[in-house]
Design a protein around this ligand. Structure first.
Ligand code: ADQ
Length: 406
């Protein structure tokens, strides 16, 4: 709006998500379904849109068809106020090569920045489940005068190897940034806790342009935002941290204040679903003051017949539970559970069919998986390992359209 600094949002959504395989066998990681109704990309887009950022480019690359379709249909805006949310596929604008890394993805897409000439650019990842008001981070960025502001969160030190690790001074200026170190540093007041980058950045436009150009000219760079661009700006002394625990989202509860999960592995994806179904959910999807937005299919409400039950569970529209018993599970749209079947502590994606008397425990069943009558998943670990993917935490995963026999 008039008088406000202009902000362009770039959402990085080209990640392959190898560690989520087989859920990413057929789709980009940001398109992986989550929480019954959503896809992962809906979380970042909801946060940006709820904060009023409606000029958003979503950079895609890897197996992007379902992601492109989801963004163009679910997130289509009218455009009358100059608003847009647009998927941008890799286009080889700078020569015959795909993106070599997340920084190269932005470098190859700089025409989007030239078209918009924003004052600031918000660069967010698309792989996380969380609720955040990015406007508060942008405000801090502008007030501090930093070149880049990096969102940071305290994580257990044992998990910090997967993240960029931040050290900062009393004013929040980042003094050191180590991308995925083998031996993560800890915060001064706790040896078990590391301050980690959430992979969400706010840049002043000129600073980003200058850093990307310098990076593109560096033959030793792998052109990664966390690996190259942020360390370069830390060295230049223009990087500041934004402490995510200061972020106040309307309607958030004491329990889910500061909730953020990187669902990059099957176990993390599974655990984040467990956070949804407890009596007092660790992550509250029912917060209508900061809704997580998506489009739901035109299906009738879930139906329970023949004594079918569900406890500590979410059940999506169009699902029919006939005589089966569901506990501690997230059941998406259009799922059928037949008489005598037991579904326990599991995540069922749309279109799953569970046959009569089947048992499914601690499992993730991708779209359209069919469990034949009497088949058992999550009951005999040796057999599960022979036939299916089993995560290091012991969760059994069946890929899209797989069929389990008795
Ligand atoms: P990672 O998530 O491991 O670490 P990366 O794989 O580069 O880093 O993914 C970052 C984002 O960029 C994701 O949303 C991904 O989908 C996207 N992306 C990856 N490659 C891309 C490409 N070629 N084109 C377009 N998009 C691409 C990052 C940071 C860490 C931080 C963690 C937090 O590097 O410092 O701690 O995120 O999860």
């Amino acid at each position: 709006m008039k008088g406000q600094p202009s902000v362009l949002g770039i959402v990085l959504a080209g990640g392959e998500g190898k560690r989520l395989w087989p859920l990413t066998a057929d789709r980009a990681k940001p398109a992986v379904p989550f929480g019954g109704n959503y896809r992962l990309v809906d979380f970042v887009l909801s946060n940006l849109v709820n904060a009023g950022y409606v000029r958003l480019c979503v950079l895609t690359q890897y197996k992007s068809h379902s992601l492109d379709r989801h963004i163009s249909t679910t997130w289509r805006l009218s455009g009358v106020l100059g608003d847009y949310i647009t998927p941008v596929p890799a286009q080889q604008r700078l020569g015959p090569r795909w993106y070599t890394g997340s920084a190269d993805a932005i470098y190859q897409s700089l025409n989007l920045v030239y078209d918009e000439h924003p004052d600031h650019i918000v660069v967010f990842g698309a792989d996380h489940v969380y609720r955040m008001d990015p406007a508060q981070m942008v405000r801090q960025h502008i007030e501090s005068g930093a070149g880049v502001t990096v969102a940071g969160i305290r994580v257990p030190r044992t998990e910090a190897k997967a993240f960029g690790c931040i050290d900062s001074d009393a004013d929040g200026r980042i003094t050191s940034f180590l991308e995925k170190p083998a031996d993560p540093p800890h915060v001064p007041d706790d040896p078990e806790v590391t301050f980690a980058s959430m992979g969400n950045y706010v840049f002043s436009t000129e600073v980003l342009l200058d850093a990307l150009r310098a990076d593109a000219a560096d033959p030793d760079s792998v052109h990664d935002m966390g690996g190259n661009i942020i360390p370069m700006l830390v060295d230049r002394g223009v990087a500041t941290v934004y402490d995510f625990s200061d972020n106040e989202v309307p309607g958030s509860t004491e329990r889910d204040h500061g909730y953020w999960r990187d669902v990059g592995t099957l176990d993390a994806y599974y655990d984040a679903h467990r956070d949804l179904v407890s009596v007092h959910p660790v992550f509250n999807l029912y917060n209508q003051q900061w809704p997580i937005r998506t489009a739901t299919p035109p299906l009738p409400p879930a139906k329970f017949i023949e004594g079918g039950t569900a406890r500590e569970s979410m059940v999506g529209p169009g699902s029919i539970i006939s005589g089966g018993d569901i506990r501690g599970s997230v059941v998406s749209a259009d799922v059928m559970v037949d008489d005598g079947a037991i579904v326990e502590d599991s995540v069922l994606l749309p279109g799953v069919r569970i046959g009569r008397g089947a048992v499914v425990r601690r499992a993730i069943l991708d779209k359209n998986v069919v469990i034949a009558p009497g088949a058992r998943i999550g009951v005999d670990p040796a057999r599960d390992r022979e036939s299916y993917t089993v995560s290091s935490g012991g969760v059994v995963v069946l890929g899209k359209g797989a069929r389990a026999e008795r």
